[in-house]
Design a protein around this ligand. Sequence first.
Ligand code: NAP
Length: 503
Amino acid sequence: MTVTPECALDHEVAIIGGGFSGIGAAILLEKAGFGDYLMIEDGDGVGGAWHWNTYPGVAVDIPSFSYQFSFEQMAGWSRVYAPGRELKAYAEHCVDKYDVRRRTRLNTRIVSAAFDEEGDFWRLGTADGDTITARHVVGATGVLTQPKLPEIAGIETYAGTVMHTARWDHDVDLAGKRVAVIGTGASAVQTIPSIAHEVEHLTVFQRTPIWCLPKLDSALPLPVRLAMRVPGTKRVSRLVSQTFVELTFPLAAHFHDVLPVAGVGERVGLNHLRRAVKDPEVREKLTPRYALGCKRPSFSNAYLQAFNRENVFLETAPIDEITPTGIRTADGTEHEVDVLVLATGFKVFEKGNMPAFSVTGVGGVDLEKWWEEHRFQAYQGVSVPGFPNFFAILGPYGYNGSSYFNLIETQMTHIVRCLRRARRTGATRVEVTPEANARYFEQVLGRRRHQVFFQPSCQTANSYYFDANGDVPFRPSPTLETMWTSSRFDLDDYRFEGAAAAS
Ligand code: NAP
């Protein structure tokens, strides 16, 4: 075996993705002494979801005290749930403060990643035909990145303006227009009340109603923001916020049979609906028929209320066809539309998205095919046997549903431990053992009986949490357990190989 020396490679670590995962990976690698990295981003700016999603009303759904890095807590959020532009600004702030920008390459789409078995490194191909080599790769590509267009007959014939929420065109003036929104997920919940006052007529095409809970949101005026600077205040706010998030997301979802949180949440949601929507028929149509948590719930104090407006109409008849002038529903109604807004979500746990480029490991094995054959699985959501030196932030069974920032920091603890041992032992190849991976997979599957996802009512939820095999690749663990595990797992779950390690 001829191992390529570090100096012959472009970088020690290539980070693919310039969203918060990539930014967090970069900062934490640097802090751990791995300064020779390159963060590669397809878009023309950093921030990932917060760079791309600029639709009206875009804001975070997890309190900002939690939705930030633990090592870079801000005192200046304008609201408990910060608007999207503040998240984008926070991303820019982090890349500047931690000097990530000089190691960032924008406008660079990775189209392939192939492991070089002779040299123990990854060769990344870009859309421009360049090659970047790195000993290790951190996959920080996120999941909700590729907008999904609905498979509706005739969509290509529509002659008006079409835009997906994740690619909002701010040059389109909605004032006085007849607008249709297809979809009622988290993006629609924020978009609909933000545009309802401005358009002439808004028709919302709902397939499955979403659970909409009240949002405990408020402005954080200057005195509060100043008070946040008092030592210890940010820590306390974060602790309260983390406890709230833990109870309402991971614990509620993964310990559904033990904790009555979902039942309480459903009562809160139904009360919210009853108070918010005047027309009983509309209220009935907006009532979810599946358990809270089967699919991602939303939080809003304005979404349900928007349906009281005279210019907002909820259409629940299935869409039959999109025509050049609008939408025809199965009951034969023609809805004339000037602007069609697709709030139809993203590719999730499916082919072409995990990640969006081909990944070829040892023996020419393709990661997508491997997952097709073996179902989605990855050791602690980070590593897959046969794909050495490739570490994901958001692999299958990595994310437990808490703040995404917890995930990033937890996974980086895991990854940095691997890289440190590799450096210490001179190993050039770090690969999770098939046994450790199988043990973890068995463990996560063994816990699914506690999860909300496998309640019978979830079958009607149309939830993107489910993959083609009916699996829900979320990590069924409380956040404290994920943190503990990432810092304590047995490093012998990996094989460390290479010239020096073997000698
Ligand atoms: P989504 O949750 O996947 O919702 C897509 C919507 O489009 C669903 O209502 C779906 O109906 C509908 N739809 C899709 N294809 C359709 C078709 N052919 N005909 C009719 N309806 C169709 O997407 P999203 O709202 O963009 O949210 C995705 C995720 O992004 C969220 O779950 C969340 O994790 C994240 N997000 C977060 C925030 C935040 O933090 N504030 C904001 C926005 C998004 P069905 O339900 O019947 O499938």
